[in-house]
Design a protein around this ligand. Structure first.
Ligand code: NAP
Length: 242
């Protein structure tokens, strides 16, 4: 019997990350459920999914990213799909935005890059195959008032996808982004009601997306889509066409 492929999903104790874990587990992956603070939710989720395991790390801290790779090696000893889903946002107009806010957002981008580097080096190049899926955002393409560091980070994540796709072409490692629009999760529930209403009015499908609708596209990139490489797939109900 062949070994189940392994997928690591970051920020998987909540929202889109949890939905990705469920979807990938249903597709036959053994899932690494990564969390930073959402410990109870991550453990509950892993207990539901056959073969799943949890991994804790603050990706803003390089030493915790390194420990995460060691823990992954011990738990599964392989990695077929990395879903860089963890994201962090601070909402504030530019004059009120603090240097610490910028640094907190940028540190997660650095951690995503570092985790990707270690995952490629320690697992995917050795295995001779892999898939990397970066969960970016529509606002990395359209911009968004009050979210300058976040939109910079998300545009950077799509640039990571495109550069890495070129670098890893020929190594059988496919790299793509999924860029969600306005999805019903904790991140959007925190927005003031007026802002939520304003965004909804601009969505042609007239509703927020569900985490599962993003996870469906992540799974497509994880297990099908053999000729999709260096692309950004938009999942936004028509808000932006790319
Ligand atoms: N919801 C939307 O409308 C929307 C739209 C576009 C893009 N996105 C993107 O989709 C992804 C998932 O977001 P979501 O909507 O599901 O929101 P969410 O529930 O707030 O999820 C964000 C996740 O990121 C993790 N995280 C944050 N900072 C971290 C750090 N320093 N180290 C490790 N993990 C960290 C959190 O882990 P803990 O809870 O364990 O701390 C959390 O699970 C994010 O990248 C987000 O930017 C969301």
């Amino acid at each position: 019997m062949s070994e189940a492929p392994v997928a690591l999903v970051t920020g998987a104790g909540t929202g889109i990350g949890s939905a990705c874990c469920r979807r990938l587990a249903a597709a036959g992956f053994r899932v690494g459920v990564h969390y930073r603070c959402s410990e109870a939710a991550a453990h509950r989720l892993a207990a539901e999914l056959p073969g799943a395991f949890t991994l804790q790390a603050d990706l803003a801290r390089p030493e915790e990213v390194e420990a995460l790779i060691v823990a992954l090696k011990e738990a599964a000893n392989r990695l077929d799909v990395l879903v860089n889903n963890a994201g962090f946002n601070v909402n504030a107009p530019l004059p009120a935005m603090k240097l610490d806010d910028y640094d907190a957002v940028a540190a997660l981008t650095r951690g995503t890059w570092y985790l990707t580097k270690l995952a490629v080096r320690r697992f995917m190049l050795r295995q001779g195959a892999g898939r990397i899926i970066n969960v970016s955002s529509v606002v990395g393409h359209t911009g968004n008032a009050g979210q300058v560091p976040y939109t910079m980070a998300k545009a950077g994540l799509d640039a990571l996808t495109k550069s890495l796709a070129q670098e890893l072409a020929g190594r059988s490692i496919l790299v793509n982004s999924v860029a969600p629009g306005f999805i019903d999760t904790d991140m959007t529930r925190e927005l003031p009601e007026g802002i939520r209403e304003g965004v909804l009015q601009r969505v042609p499908l007239g509703r927020m997306g569900q985490a599962e609708e993003v996870a469906e596209v992540v799974q497509f990139l994880a297990s099908g889509a053999t000729y999709v490489h260096g692309s950004v797939l938009h999942v936004n109900g028509g808000l932006y066409g790319g």
